[in-house]
Design a protein around this ligand. Sequence first.
Ligand SMILES: [Zn+2]
Length: 71
Amino acid sequence: MVKVRCDMAEQALKGQRILGSSRAPKVISQERICIERDCETKLSRYNRREQCYAHAPTKFPRLRGRVVTDA
Ligand SMILES: [Zn+2]
């Protein structure tokens, strides 16, 4: 009796854990690059702009010529 209850609890926990880890957030798999013609900088999927940091209009100029987004 006790063992059964124990197993059930364990299963419930395992099930929860599996659900939790396999539940991935929706991700835009499509890769985007800067719209500037000669620029092939990848845009972060979190970057909603269509230009890389180097080309995006911003008050603060980025000194890094390259933005490596490894996601
Ligand atoms: Zn660019």
